[in-house]
Write a protein that binds this ligand. Structure first.
Ligand code: BTN
Length: 320
C-alpha cells in the first residue's frame, strides 16, 4: 500500500523531484522506510533517480498491468472501479467467477500477466504467454433476460475492435460472434460465461484475451498479435485503459436498453456480413450468405433454398 501511495505522489508531481523528507512526512514513515520502498519499486521496473540535494524523481514506469498503473486517471463509471491484478493465475474467468459468487460488485476486473489454465470457447485452451498479452475478466450484473445475453458478447467485441482501431490504428474486424481479427488473423477472443438459473441472471463474466506484444511463434497457427500486425510494440497499460473506457461507454449504452445502437455499430465492424459462410451449429454444417445480425445478436443466414435461418452461436468458416 505504501508503494502505491509513493507512486501516486510521484505521478501527481509530474517531472519534479520529491525529497525523502517530504515523502516521509506526508506518509508518516521514516526516511529509511521511504528509501526501502523506493528500492522495491526500482526492483519492479520503476526508474527512479535519486539526487543528494533534490530527492527522488520518477523517470519511467514499467508496462505492467498492475492496479495502480491501470487505475491512474482511468475515470470510468463502472468498469474497472476495482481491479484485481495477478502476476499469475489459473484463469481470470475462474477468479472473477469466485469473486462474483461471493458478492463482488459489477464492474470489477480481474487481470493477469499469465494464466496457467487460460480457457477458450468450446473447451479449447487459451495460450497466455507471460507479460505479453492482456488476459482479463469483467464482472457484470446486467438486468436482462437470458435471450438478451449475446448482446454482452457483442458490446465486448465492439469495445475491443474499437480500441484496436483507435489506439493501435489497425483495421480490426469482428468475426461473428466474438473473434477479433486483424488482417484475417485472430488477435483476440472473448469467453462470456453466465451464472444463473431458469430466466434469472446472477452475473456474467466477460473474459477477454488479447495478444498484444506476443511473438507469433508463441501463438497458434492462425493467430497473430498487435505487435506482429503493427510491426511495433504497443503499451499494454494504455491499451487496457482505453479498452476499459470503451467497455464502460458501451455498457452504459447497453444498460439504457439501446442494444440496437450497439448492433448497428457492431455490424460496421463485421467481417462476415454479405459473405458466404459455413457454420458448425449443433454438429450440423450449414452454409449460406450472412445477411444480417439481429437485435439479439443472432446471425441471419440466407440459405440456397431462399429461406433465412437464425443462428444463435457457432463456429464460422468463410467460404468466399
Ligand atoms: C476464444 O476461444 O476465442 C475465447 C478466449 C478467451 C480467453 C480469455 S483470457 C481471459 C479470460 N480467462 C480465460 O480463461 N479465458 C478468457
Amino acid at each position: 500500500m505504501l508503494d502505491d501511495k509513493i507512486l501516486n505522489f510521484f505521478k501527481k508531481q509530474k517531472d519534479n523531484y520529491l525529497s525523502g523528507e517530504e515523502l516521509s512526512e506526508a506518509l508518516d514513515v521514516s526516511r529509511t522506510a521511504v528509501w526501502k520502498h523506493i528500492e522495491k519499486l526500482r526492483g519492479e521496473g520503476y526508474e527512479i533517480v535519486a539526487s543528494p540535494h533534490l530527492g527522488y524523481k520518477l523517470l519511467s514506469v514499467p508496462d505492467r498491468l498492475t492496479e495502480i498503473e491501470l487505475k491512474w486517471q482511468l475515470e470510468t463509471e463502472v468498469i474497472g472501479r476495482k481491479i484485481y491484478s495477478y502476476k499469475e493465475t489459473d484463469s481470470t474467468n475462474d477468479v472473477a467467477h469466485n469473486l462474483a459468487a461471493s458478492g463482488e460488485k459489477e464492474g470489477s476486473v480481474v487481470i493477469a500477466e499469465h494464466q496457467s489454465k487460460g480457457r477458450g470457447r468450446l473447451g479449447r485452451k487459451w495460450v497466455s504467454p507471460r507479460g505479453k498479452g492482456a488476459y482479463l475478466s469483467v464482472i457484470l450484473r446486467p438486468d436482462i433476460l437470458l435471450r438478451e445475453l449475446s448482446a454482452v458478447t457483442l458490446f465486448t467485441a465492439l469495445s475491443v475492435a474499437k480500441t484496436i482501431r483507435e489506439f493501435v490504428d489497425l483495421p480490426a474486424f469482428i468475426k461473428w460472434p466474438n473473434d477479433i481479427l486483424v488482417n484475417k488473423r485472430k488477435v483476440c477472443g472473448i469467453l462470456t460465461e453466465l451464472d444463473g438459473e431458469a430466466d434469472k441472471i446472477n452475473f456474467v463474466i466477460a473474459g477477454i484475451g488479447i495478444n498484444i506484444n506476443t511473438k507469433r511463434e508463441l501463438l497458434p497457427k492462425d493467430a497473430s498479435s498487435l505487435l506482429a500486425e503493427k510491426g511495433e510494440k504497443v503499451s499494454r497499460v494504455e491499451f487496457v485503459k482505453s479498452l476499459l473506457r470503451n467497455l464502460d461507454r458501451y455498457y452504459r449504452i447497453f444498460n439504457k436498453g439501446k442494444i440496437n445502437k450497439i448492433v448497428e455499430e457492431y455490424k460496421k465492424f463485421s467481417s462476415v456480413l454479405d459473405r458466404m459462410v459455413q457454420i458448425n451449429y449443433h454438429n450440423r454444417l450449414i452454409s449460406g450468405q450472412a445477411v444480417n445480425i439481429d437485435d439479439e445478436g443472432a446471425l441471419i443466414l440466407r440459405m440456397d433454398s431462399g429461406f433465412n435461418e437464425r443462428i444463435l452461436a457457432g463456429d464460422i468458416t468463410m467460404l468466399r
